[in-house]
Ligand binder design. Structure first.
Ligand SMILES: [Fe+2]
Length: 411
């Protein structure tokens, strides 16, 4: 039987309505558990409106897979225990409804240790390939397997690395070697992005990992950062899921498919807010058709052209300084390296967007006075530690900061 193809359900009514016809063309559906939750003041998680919306799609009879973004696979800092337990428990409850075929999250960390408690950085950031990172990753996979038997880690899009390129695929290979039903989610757009950004050969990375561990492949497209964002004027590929799948990704998919001997699905990822017309939907339909054709008849002539794997590193990198890293992520203007600065800007952007999503008042304020709101946000981001995961508490923290600083009266 040919490999199933999948589509991601996004928490956005307009997007769901527009892309509904695509659901007839796929074999499974993916969802991010965090997008179907809301949080109360005690940190307890409850289903939000999209839980029922997505659960209604079960009548199609398609399997579901879970793909989280923020469990924080490679760092579990002191003080984060209750949050992590609540998330595991909530996924267990979701699993009762959706019967996830497998559950994956991302390489890297979204919760970082600090002297004042864990900090949430909104996107998975690189943690290097130290023994500490590997131990955290394996411990997280272990915990996830207590909820869903088949679990996995996705290679994440990073704009910088702590280590030389060979460390990541070898660390992944070693971390997944020991455990049964522990898999790799191979995101080919992330791989293309990383290879371009960090300057290595994506095919050599693929030749180094154990492709028999790949349970799922992600294909997506992205855009480029605005050259004005970085003092150097450099533009870097972004993991935006907002454009057509680039040819570089299709080419890698054709080569990887015959080698992914345990593959159970290939998913097309597309972000809400980036599909606005029936023509856009038709293009996505065309990508699903192309995906279907490729998985039905993967080319068999690629095997002889595979590069030599990266040499296994003789040393394991040392863990880096957590406080210095957090300082960089909180204060982009202090960072001179392009990749780290871009990462810090993306952290700030995601925080900004969470405030907007979490409060109508914040949205109205920004609409009425974008420059004023942005100036206040800049002060908030520099002065208030990142703690909140969900939009509403982040917006509350923002307004509490504004009140404390006397900023609300001036609007
Ligand atoms: Fe992905």
């Amino acid at each position: 039987m040919s490999i199933p193809i999948g589509w991601v359900l996004q928490p956005d009514e307009a997007h769901l309505a527009l892309t509904a016809p695509l659901l007839d063309r796929v074999d499974y559906l993916e969802l991010a558990p965090e997008t179907i939750w809301t949080v109360d003041r005690a940190g307890r998680l409850h289903p939000n409106g999209f839980f029922a919306r997505f659960a209604a799609e079960r009548t199609r009879g398609l399997p579901f897979v879970a793909h989280s973004t923020a469990l924080s696979m490679c760092a579990s800092p002191p003080g984060d225990e209750a949050r992590r337990e609540a998330w595991l428990e909530r996924v267990a409850r979701d699993h009762e409804t959706f019967a996830f075929a497998w559950w994956t999250d991302h390489l890297g960390a979204t919760m970082l240790p600090s002297q004042k408690g864990p900090r949430y950085v909104a996107l998975p950031v690189p943690m290097g390939a130290s023994a500490r990172t590997r131990a955290a990753l394996e411990a997280t996979l272990d915990r996830m397997q207590g909820v869903v038997p088949d679990v996995g880690v996705e290679n994440t899009a990073f704009h910088f690395a702590w280590d030389a390129p060979e460390h990541e695929p070898w660390m992944l290979r070693d971390a997944l070697a020991g455990g049964a039903r522990r898999h790799l989610l191979l995101d080919l757009h992330n791989l293309v992005l990383n290879a371009e950004t960090l300057g290595y050969d994506a095919r050599q990375w693929l030749a180094t990992i154990d492709l028999s561990k790949v349970i799922e492949i992600h294909v997506a497209g992205g855009s480029w950062s605005d050259p004005r964002w970085l003092p150097s004027g450099r533009s870097m590929r972004l993991d935006g899921h907002d454009h057509d799948v680039p040819e570089a990704v299709w080419a890698l998919l054709a080569e990887a498919l015959p080698r992914c001997t345990s593959l159970r699905g290939v998913t097309l990822e597309r972000m809400e807010g980036t599909v606005s017309t029936p023509e856009d939907v038709a293009r996505l339909g065309g990508e699903l058709d192309r995906l279907r054709a490729l998985v039905s008849a993967p080319p068999s002539d690629a095997a002889s052209r595979w590069p030599v794997p990266f040499a296994r590193p003789v040393t394991t990198p040392a863990p880096f300084d957590d406080d210095g890293y957090l300082d960089e992520l909180s204060h982009a203007e202090r960072v001179h390296d392009d990749g780290r600065r871009l990462t810090a800007l993306l952290v700030a952007k995601l925080r900004f967007e969470r405030i907007q999503r979490g409060s109508d008042l914040a949205m109205r304020w920004f609409d009425a006075d974008p420059e004023g709101f942005s100036a206040v946000f800049t002060r908030y981001h520099a002065g208030a530690p990142m703690r909140e995961v969900f939009p509403a508490p982040e917006a509350e923290a923002f307004f509490a900061f504004c009140e404390g600083e006397g900023l609300l009266a001036r609007r």
